[in-house]
Ligand binder design. Structure first.
Ligand SMILES: NC(=O)c1ccc[n+]([C@@H]2O[C@H](COP(=O)([O-])OP(=O)(O)OC[C@H]3O[C@@H](n4cnc5c(N)ncnc54)[C@H](OP(=O)(O)O)[C@@H]3O)[C@@H](O)[C@H]2O)c1
Length: 312
């Protein structure tokens, strides 16, 4: 690593984190270290420095100090109580470390200021950690928010994000849609590459705000369907799920105690509430303050650019 490069540590690089790895590797300003429970071929192929951790505070601290980390960014994605424990361990390790002064926890959702408990799984995992973070001292942090990942409009060969046809209303692989609510509810989307570029740009900013918003496109699913149909050149078979059905699903799945299917109903609830929509005024302020050099792609632009991209 170059002597002037600051070391950025990424934790839990599964899907989204890969884009941040690629962005960091493409420049010369930062040096990248990944902490993970295991190494993977994807890291080996790119000669990424992977340090194995069990996500305990002592393990994370020893890595942060060994590599002289300046910032830690988490993509850790467990839906259970380990989310809080692991993030507390990361926060404490940053605060105890010799050099790590900045921390971005694993959020990457939507309008958390007006909808702090949505989707429900975030209310259970992220909301308690946000309170701990707010009470912390001696570390700079931001809760990075991007709305939906726009990459879910791409076929599986064009993105690192695995398809989620039961969660995202438009399924470009199975070629069908299930619109939740009326389809007019406000949403926002940002491409994974733009999220990565924004995170890396943020690393160079002198000061952070408690919440950072980015967005490539605002709109509704009803507005996006014709764009998708035009790009893929065929009509999209579309069904609907009403708000009433979503509420019924929530109650039934809470009673049944099946967490995976409950999370799907919670995401439905989140999208029909309009909670994926990053607040416009603040998002545009952040664009001007932190990302004046970046262009955030619209859905049309992402689809067009994907024609000449092969991921695998
Ligand atoms: N807004 C959106 O549309 C949207 C969509 C997808 C994801 N997200 C958010 O973005 C963040 C990163 O998501 P991702 O898809 O990149 O995460 P992911 O690949 O599913 O998981 C990231 C890492 O979390 C760690 N992990 C530990 N226990 C786990 C468990 N039980 N299940 C899954 N992962 C576990 C693993 O780290 P190791 O490397 O140590 O194994 C894994 O590589 C999350 O906060 C997620 O909620 C937002």
């Amino acid at each position: 690593m170059g002597s002037n490069q600051k070391v950025i540590v990424l934790a839990g690089v599964g899907n989204l984190g890969k884009y941040v790895c690629e962005k960091l590797l493409s420049g010369s300003q930062w040096s990248l270290v990944v902490i993970s429970r295991q190494t993977r071929d994807w890291f080996k192929q790119r000669e990424i420095d992977v340090r194995i951790t069990d996500y305990t505070e002592s393990s994370i601290l020893s890595i942060l100090d060994a590599v002289h980390a300046s910032a830690l960014i988490s993509f850790y994605n467990a839906a259970d109580a380990s989310f809080l424990g692991v993030h507390c361990a990361m926060l404490n390790a940053c605060m105890a470390s010799q050099s790590c002064q900045r921390f971005i926890p694993s959020e990457f959702i939507g309008n958390i200021e007006d909808f702090p408990l949505y989707p429900g799984i975030y209310g259970d995992t992220r909301a308690p950690f946000r309170q701990i973070l707010q009470a912390s001292k001696g570390i700079e942090w931001t809760l990075f928010q991007n709305g939906w990942l726009m990459d879910y409009y791409l076929t599986r060969d064009k993105t690192y994000m695995p398809p989620i046809p039961d969660e995202f209303p438009i399924d470009p692989n199975g070629w069908k849609a299930c619109i939740r609510g009326t389809g007019e509810e406000p949403q926002s989307w940002t491409s994974c590459r733009d999220i990565a570029a924004a995170i890396v740009a943020l690393l160079a900013a002198p000061e952070w705000e408690p919440v950072t918003y980015v967005c490539g496109q605002w709109g509704s699913f009803n507005e996006m369907i014709p764009i998708v149909e035009q790009f893929y050149g065929k009509p999209l078979p579309t069904t609907h799920r009403s708000k009433k059905e979503i509420q019924g699903n929530l109650r039934a799945r809470e009673a049944a105690g099946d967490q995976d299917s409950l999370i799907l109903a919670q995401v439905d609830e989140w999208m029909v509430a309009g909670a994926s929509e990053c607040p416009r005024a603040k998002t545009l302020q952040h664009r001007e303050r932190y990302f004046p050099e970046l262009h955030f792609m619209t859905l049309r632009e992402l689809l067009e650019s994907s024609k000449c991209r092969e991921m695998f």
